[in-house]
Unconditional design. Sequence first.
Length: 131
Amino acid sequence: MAQNSSAGLEDLLQLNSLIVIGRLTINEPSRDVWLAGEVVSLSTLQFDLLAYLACQAGRSIALDELLREVWGVEAGGTVNQVDCCLKKLRAKIEIHSEDPAYIHKHHKRYRIATDIEWWKIKLREEAVTRL
């Protein structure tokens, strides 16, 4: 009986570690990512970038912070390192990587949409499509 309770608690802890933004689901402990229920295969660096942004959804994050926290670079990193990883990541999670719904860049700052923002964008797109 204790094993069933323990398994239920583990399932609950696993469920609470999910980050959901629109149709994107991220499980940090298992390092799994799904888009609309389909598994997305990411490199370690792509997952680390996605998870870091997702844990702070809605917050604009400076290039220096990403280089320090995701790449482990104190100084001397370049925007090209981040942009190259971001381009590959967008190709895997965005429907239109040139017009992203999830990860946005403005100057040298990066942010991922919150779940509410993502759904508002999708509802607006659907309304325009119906016109």
